[in-house]
Design a binder for this molecule. Structure first.
Ligand SMILES: Nc1ncnc2c1ncn2[C@@H]1O[C@H](COP(=O)(O)OP(=O)(O)OP(=O)(O)O)[C@@H](O)[C@H]1O
Ligand SMILES: [Mg+2]
Length: 252
């Protein structure tokens, strides 16, 4: 599971001075749960996820991944997570299968196990048709699947996915959504960010809305509806942004 307590990231900005872009954020993601982090552009989603993935050092507060502190035990944390972000780099001259083989070896996976696991991941994400075509000839959606396959290769119990369906067509987004649902079924702890309200409504067990570095609300769809008196996530989301700092009612 993931436990986040008063996590804060301050950036030094010459023009604007020190700025907390993630400000005392607290939440928990349980095993077997899909937790959605929603927020407008610049809200602090990627910064939060990057701190959890040990790529960015928190300025204050703490975060535990399966009990391991992201600052004190980054290697333990990295072993347990699969992190997908929009800028997950891929080597253009390699095929998806070669990419996976290299990352598996870097992760010191045993060769027989690696070969089986690569086939498994390729089939899980419906990548059979393009598994042996060089990455530079693939479409955005295909590359996104290669990136996701890479993060899944070592079968981590915790998935941290930053806008995994961004820029994808409906059928490709569907492949990824179905994968996320099946990962939940196998007990994984899934934290992901998205701008797609319908997808969050459909996928998430709980949702947190973050705005200007602050969590505005956390709860199930039912709880969010009850607190805001609105039906659809899109309306709930807009209302929470409109109400500025007024509504901090956190339904946990
Ligand atoms: N390295 C950095 N130095 C200074 N400011 C930064 C840095 N990284 C991010 N920021 C600022 O932090 C704020 C939050 O950015 P972040 O990328 O976390 O937002 P986001 O919620 O992921 O937005 P989006 O939906 O556009 O991806 C933004 O104002 C951004 O400009
Ligand atoms: Mg982002």
């Amino acid at each position: 599971m993931i436990q986040v307590e008063s996590l804060t990231k301050t950036f030094r900005d010459k023009a604007r001075g020190d700025r907390a872009v993630v400000d005392q954020v607290s939440f928990e993601v349980r095993d077997g749960e899909i937790f959605g982090l929603l927020g407008p552009n610049g809200a602090g989603k990627t910064t939060t996820l990057r701190m959890l993935a040990t790529l960015l050092k928190p300025s204050a507060g703490r975060a535990l991944v399966d009990g391991h502190d992201v600052t004190a035990e980054p290697a333990e944390v990295r072993r347990r997570i699969g992190f997908l972000s929009g800028d997950t780099g891929l080597y253009h001259r390699l095929t998806p299968r070669e990419t996976l083989r290299i990352f598996g070896r870097l992760n010191r996976m045993e060769e027989d196990r690696l070969r089986d696991r690569i086939d498994e991941v390729i089939s899980m994400l419906s990548m059979q048709e393009f598994a042996d075509i060089k990455v530079d000839k693939l479409s955005t959606g295909m590359r996104q699947r290669v990136g996701l396959a890479r993060t899944l290769l070592h079968d981590p119990p915790i998935l941290i996915l930053d806008e995994p369906t961004s820029g994808l067509d409906v059928p490709t987004a569907r492949v990824i959504e179905e994968f996320i649902v099946s990962a939940r079924k196998s007990g994984k702890c899934i934290l992901y960010s998205t701008h797609v309200m319908e997808e969050a409504e459909f996928l998430c067990d709980r949702i947190a809305v973050i705005h200007e570095g602050h969590i505005r609300i956390i709860g199930t769809m039912g709880e969010l509806k009850a607190v805001t008196g609105r039906e659809r996530l899109r309306e709930i989301f807009l209302e929470l942004l409109d109400s500025g700092g007024m509504r901090k009612a956190a339904v946990v």
